[in-house]
Unconditional design. Structure first.
Lengths: 547, 297
């Protein structure tokens, strides 16, 4: 109670003052593109592959998310090497991971925020755009050759469009991936499969058959599949990956509007036939007692307990959780147990993968535009976050000290005394904790080759299968105007809640599929139709102005 | 003993039944409240596998001290722990001085403008400047990122102030009058007569303040920008939020895997320990202090 009210107060206060700040400053300044007064410290020519080095020593203020796994240390090699290479020192405002978003709102709202704000996820910049404190970075990407190069090379224009606001500009420099990176899938107890002579499933129908065999073969006395990641989003991962296989993502991936490629317009996700089919599939698993009905709401700890004690044999996973806690605990609690992360099962959509190639990224405050070092700052951001050299530096550190070999040749290895995520178990120092590299604030995105360097052989095999799948095109953007956004926000949350609520009822059998039409009508009563009209209107308007 | 018994009314059957049920219910409540705490302690000494498989209840399983060793060897934990001790001590001292003076003044009915002073305090119970204005105020005063941002705002808790005020009001005025007749001035009356007679309420208020400063993380979250200034509650909060991130941070090898599983319980035990140790000694003042302040009024 106590914490909620504080949080709510914080958010409300933040929003209110941002709105006020927006009112007072809107139109006061014009962001012209004449940068002659802002070039102090900048390099005269800075291109792809160039090492950025400021012509004089500079300090940039930055918001730094402090991860409890590797709390910030001032003597990290990262800081000294960064200054050596770029002549730039970063002045950090440290915010614990637990409260990063709240503190960011507070600092920006009170006008005390540092100019560079990393760790901002696509969409999170929207309130700061409305209030006019975020810099329209799209106006300045000419200062960022590496960013431009990667967008062109990897054909990311469509992805970037999803960030554009109604004015056609984007206000966030996102992390860029060469390919859609799939991490979440199912973990399966392979020792039981081998014992019972069963195969690893490749499709969702095979998953069903497998669960039936496990159940009838007596491999478990309860449910063979009991899932995690149900809190706070019920069925967060499961509804997402299975929804993608059916063409209508739920869970973490749920958005009220889904692009219908055939009709060339948006439709309401929760009312789609594909969504219904997905729910019917899951309902059949629950009805046959193959899937634990608690899967959608139990705590992660409960689900993990069931899995590592052998009560369940299938559970959601990512590259990290399959190793720890699953494997490390299984090997001690059940001798001979093995577990692998299987390639994401395929559904009616075929061998495809969907998702965004954009990661969390950097927001720059508008007042940075007035700084005499503005150009140098943009060049610095471009080098550190978007150049190949900068990405290898922030991820793996210094060649000969923390790693050897090269990314391009696929020979990159950690130095003998350095460890990261168990890649080099004999290493005594940790790459992130002791050196400050592989820090989530700076290291993300990049080429598939760079991404592969961080995986053990097992995960590389998984990635190889996933890379072979076709990537679905990105849905066209539908940026709202300020008024539309206000209206849309009023409709979005109740609709989403209602869909989630009823999806669970259908899956668990509390509501019969005979009532599907009634359910769709109830959604209409909650303005699903009006919402989709609004989305389509915005999409067409954007397509017209852009086209 | 025998004689005393004679005076007691003979307990009826219903009364005995009531006592039995009463005892049972109260024991049940005690178990409910103590269980989570004992469980946390048991987990802090257990090995990872037993925790993950849900086999730890009241007794540690797979006893080990690895996580204690790791947490204790983290210099940041001790830096933050020291901060908490310093903040709590300084903040409690400041709060006690300010609250006592304010409360004593307000307890004097003859004071001119007393009701205005009362209302200034009570007003803040209903209306506050709001978060961002407060933040801007503290920033403009140059307090951000210093200990003063933690100890000065919220130095006076209006609730504590009112309890203390009514305690002072209930003190027999004759005592102070007698002192006045003997020629003692106001300050010496407060220091020599009133305060020594107010040990109960002072102990209670000190405990109230100390516990709330010890547990608080919100002001630190607002006003501190560097991890070496954070109190240990921020350390714990970040740890719990990042519990899943701990594996992401590269904790795959033996010792650190163990740490990720019960690091929260170990930290909770270490943080709660001082409060748990101090509580029993102050508790007797605690009950009398609070009731003395309120009931007689």
């Amino acid at each position: 109670m106590y914490r909620m009210s504080r949080r709510e107060a914080l958010v409300a206060a933040g929003a209110a003052s941002l709105w006020l700040a927006g009112c007072s400053s809107a139109g006061a300044k014009k962001s012209g593109l004449n940068l002659s007064a802002n070039k102090v410290g900048a390099m005269g020519s800075f291109g792809v592959g160039d090492q950025f080095k400021a012509t004089k020593s500079l300090t940039f203020p930055i918001l730094h998310l402090t991860n409890p796994g590797y709390p910030l240390k001032k003597d990290w090699l990262f800081w000294s090497e960064l200054t050596k290479r770029t002549n730039v020192t970063l002045d950090t405002t440290e915010v614990p991971l637990s409260d990063y978003e709240n503190k960011r709102s507070l600092l920006i709202g009170s006008g005390q925020a540092p100019l560079i704000i990393p760790k901002t996820y696509p969409g999170q910049e929207a309130p700061f755009v409305a209030s006019g404190v975020a810099l329209p970075v799209s106006d300045y990407i000419d200062l960022m050759p590496n960013f431009k190069d990667k967008v062109a090379k990897w054909n990311l224009g469509g992805d970037l469009d999803t960030l554009r606001q109604a004015d056609g500009k984007f206000y966030l420099l996102p992390g860029l991936h060469q390919d859609v990176w799939t991490d979440y899938s199912l973990a399966v107890r392979t020792d039981v499969l081998t014992k019972m002579n069963l195969k690893v499933p490749t499709t969702w129908d095979e998953v069903r058959t497998l669960l039936q065999s496990l159940k009838s073969g007596g491999a478990t006395s309860t449910y063979p599949f009991s899932d995690r990641w149900g809190v706070p989003t019920p069925g967060g991962n499961l509804l997402n990956i299975i929804g993608q296989a059916y063409g209508a993502p739920g869970g973490w991936g749920y958005a009220n509007a889904t692009w219908d490629t055939k009709a060339k317009k948006y439709v309401f996700t929760g009312a789609m036939d594909q969504f219904k089919q997905m729910l019917q599939f899951l309902h059949s698993l629950v009805a046959d007692k193959l899937l634990d009905p608690e899967s959608f709401t139990q705590s992660d700890d409960n689900a993990i307990q069931k899995f590592v004690s052998g009560k369940s044999l299938v559970i959601s996973t990512n590259a990290q959780t399959v190793v720890n806690p699953y494997r490390t605990n299984l090997t001690t609690s059940i001798p001979g147990a093995t577990v692998v992360k299987i390639p994401v099962p395929i559904g009616p959509m075929g061998a495809v993968k969907a998702g965004s190639r954009l990661e969390n990224g950097v927001m720059v405050l508008k007042k940075a535009r007035d700084s005499e070092n503005f150009v140098a700052m943009m060049q610095f951001i471009d080098w550190l976050w978007y150049s190949d050299a900068g990405q290898v530096f922030s991820k793996w550190g210094v060649e000969g000290v923390t790693y050897t070999g090269s990314v391009e040749a696929g020979t990159l290895k950690l130095a003998p005394d350095v460890n990261w995520a168990g890649l080099n178990p004999s290493g005594t120092k940790l790459l992130n904790k002791d050196f400050g590299f592989f820090n989530g604030v700076f290291a993300y995105g990049g080429s598939t080759k760079l991404l592969n360097t961080q995986f053990p052989a097992e995960e590389q095999a998984f990635q190889k299968v996933m890379t072979g799948r076709k990537t679905l095109p990105v849905a066209p953007p539908y940026p709202f105007t300020a008024d539309e956004r206000e209206q849309a926000t009023l409709w979005e949350t109740p609709l989403k809640d209602y869909v989630t609520q009823n999806a669970l009822k259908f899956i668990l059998g509390q509501r019969d599929f005979g009532q599907w039409d009634a359910y769709v009508n109830e959604l209409k009563g909650k303005n699903s139709g009006a919402y989709i009209d609004l989305v389509n209107k915005a999409q067409q308007r954007f397509a017209k102005t852009k086209g | 003993m025998r004689n005393a018994r004679l005076w007691e009314p003979r307990p009826t059957r219903a009364y005995r039944a009531f006592k039995l049920v009463n005892a049972a219910v109260l024991i049940g409540i005690v178990i409910l409240t103590v269980y989570p705490f004992v469980n946390i302690i048991a987990r802090s000494f257990s090995s990872e596998t037993f925790i993950q498989t849900g086999q730890v209840n009241l007794v540690p399983r797979g006893f080990n001290l690895t996580t204690y060793r790791i947490v204790i060897s983290d210099p940041m934990f001790w830096t933050n722990y020291r901060n908490t001790v310093v903040y709590t001590t300084v903040a409690t001292a400041i709060s006690m001085v300010l609250t006592t003076c304010y409360a004593y003044v307000l307890s004097k009915k003859k004071l001119w403008g007393r009701s205005v002073l009362v209302w200034i305090a009570v007003f803040t119970l209903f209306f506050t400047g709001g978060l961002i204005p407060n933040y801007i105020l503290v920033t403009s005063l140059g307090l951000v990122d210093t200990i003063w941002a933690i100890v000065l705002p919220n130095a006076i808790s209006v609730f504590n102030l009112l309890v203390m005020k009514s305690f002072f009001e209930n003190m027999p005025p004759e005592l102070e009058e007698a002192a006045e007749v003997d020629g003692v001035d106001t300050y010496r009356i407060l220091l020599r007569i009133v305060l020594p007679l107010s040990k109960a309420v002072i102990a209670t208020m000190t405990l109230f303040y100390a516990v709330s400063f010890w547990n608080s993380w919100f002001t630190a979250f607002l006003y501190l920008d560097h991890a070496d200034l954070f109190p240990v509650t921020m350390y714990l909060r970040n740890l719990i939020a990042g519990a899943t991130g701990a594996s992401a941070a590269g904790a795959a090898s033996g010792d650190l895997t163990q740490a990720a599983a019960n690091i929260q319980s170990v930290t909770i035990v270490l943080i709660v320990l001082p409060i748990v140790l101090v509580y029993p000694f102050i508790q007797r003042y605690f009950v009398s202090g609070v009731t003395l302040g309120s009931v007689k009024g």
